[in-house]
Design a binder for this molecule. Structure first.
Ligand SMILES: Cc1cc2nc3c(=O)[nH]c(=O)nc-3n(C[C@H](O)[C@H](O)[C@H](O)COP(=O)(O)O)c2cc1C
Ligand SMILES: CC(C)CC(=O)C(=O)O
Length: 390
């Protein structure tokens, strides 16, 4: 275990000795973190309906294993936008990793590199684009919130290009930050040792002064995010860079088709982990219609609620090229720095291998939709839904 970061609360009780699953890491992290930091990470918006349903969507599918298949060799490697990765599991962009560990994004990226997984770094990273790139052998993409001051976004793009990032991920579900009542109740704001390392001083304005009774992060987003950014403005981003663009937060066939028509290279089907519009369709349920709407060269990823190797398998069976994992990464980081993140990712990989072996699917291209049986309480059959929406 690593030493706690400054300002972190003493554990309420001893963490479990050797966490095994992401769930164990959640318990150990919750024992170590300040309540307000835990709530910022764990929480969702509104009544947290989408937060719960993103997870529950996975439990509505049962698996149909095939027997007597040679599963003595399993292949988990694939490519993402033309770059090899060892696993179809990557790290979702999340703000401020230093909230839970002093090494922040450097530890996270290093752990992903050790597993051969993709890392997506947030605009609101608490370590710089450059230092994170130096730590990470694996592929890196940069997530962008488009800022009102376009020159700030442009400078992030230039820095990402120079540091060797391979794609830009534009988050499209956050023209403003949704109300998160846990943060409001806790009066959550960033502790002084956590800063958006990639923004200049003027872009940090508002981060530490709550005025309207909203969380300071939401106030900051209201001040700086460009809520007027539209499809037309994507052309501007396109013209800035040769890096492929990926849109994160697409949940409908209509938006997916429009993005593909504009030459977007990839989509991340996501509810932002239930942190933006509460009550939206769970990401897993939106996945089939998005996959059906775009040509095969547009790569579709999904995130939200993935906690087990069997969840990864289900997402791949519904057409995802890879999945992203959010909160479990921060739980691992909180408990044991880079080692904790590496173990969380390695556990998900081991569970995926086990699931592939036990369902008779030795390669990623053998993970197909016939692997899934919707359980009785599934509200609709996704196969018929995506035909309707496509
Ligand atoms: C603490 C936290 C911070 C996040 N920050 C960002 C962010 O800066 N940019 C972004 O696009 N998504 C952000 N997200 C959303 C994640 O990228 C991802 O969509 C979500 O966490 C996936 O769900 P999961 O946590 O259930 O795996 C954040 C999520 C969490 C939990
Ligand atoms: C600073 C925030 C905009 C980061 C975020 O996307 C989130 O907390 O979900």
């Amino acid at each position: 275990m690593t030493a706690p970061v400054a300002g972190r609360a003493e554990p309420h009780h001893a963490p479990e000795d050797s966490p095994l699953s992401p769930k164990d890491y959640a318990a150990a992290a919750s024992a170590r973190l300040d309540r307000s930091v835990w709530d910022y990470i764990a929480g969702g918006s509104g009544d947290e309906v989408t937060l719960r349903e993103d997870r529950a969507a996975y439990d509505r599918y049962r698996l149909r294993p095939r027997a007597l298949v040679d599963v003595s060799h399993l292949e988990l490697g694939t490519t993402l936008l033309g770059r090899p990765v060892s696993v179809p599991i990557g790290i979702a962009p999340m703000a401020y990793h230093r909230l839970v560990h002093a090494d922040g994004e450097i530890a996270t990226a290093r752990a992903a590199g050790a597993v051969g997984a993709l890392t997506i770094t947030s605009t609101f990273a608490s370590k710089t684009i450059e230092e994170t790139a130096r730590a990470a052998p694996g592929p890196l993409w940069l997530q962008l919130y488009v800022m009102r001051r376009r020159e700030v976004t442009e400078s992030l793009v230039r820095r990402a290009e120079a540091a060797g990032y391979r794609a830009l991920v534009i988050t499209v579900d956050t023209p403003r930050m949704a109300r998160r009542e846990r943060d409001l109740r806790n009066g959550f704001s960033l502790p002084p040792y956590v800063r958006p390392a990639n923004l200049d001083i003027s872009q940090r304005a508002g981060l530490h002064e709550g005025r309207s009774g909203n969380s300071t992060l939401a106030e900051h987003a209201a001040l700086h995010h460009d809520a007027a950014f539209t499809w037309e403005d994507l052309a501007w981003l396109r013209s800035l860079t040769g890096l492929p663009l990926v849109l994160k937060g697409v949940l409908t066939a209509q938006d997916a088709r429009r993005a593909a028509d504009l030459g977007v290279a990839g989509l991340i089907v996501s509810t932002h982990g239930g942190r933006q519009l509460d009550g939206v369709i769970p990401a897993l349920d939106a996945l089939p219609e998005v996959v059906a709407a775009v040509p095969p060269e547009c790569e579709v990823l999904v995130d939200g609620g993935i906690r087990r190797g069997t969840d990864v398998l289900k997402a791949l069976a519904l057409g995802a090229r890879a999945v992203l994992v959010g909160r479990p990464v921060l739980w691992g980081l909180a408990v044991d720095g880079a080692d904790g993140v590496e173990r969380v990712l390695a556990t998900l990989r081991a569970e995926l291998e086990e699931a592939m072996a036990l369902t008779g699917r030795p390669r990623l291209d053998t993970i197909t939709r016939d692997l899934l049986h919707p359980s009785a309480d599934l509200p609709f059959h996704p196969t018929s839904n995506d035909k309707e929406m496509a």
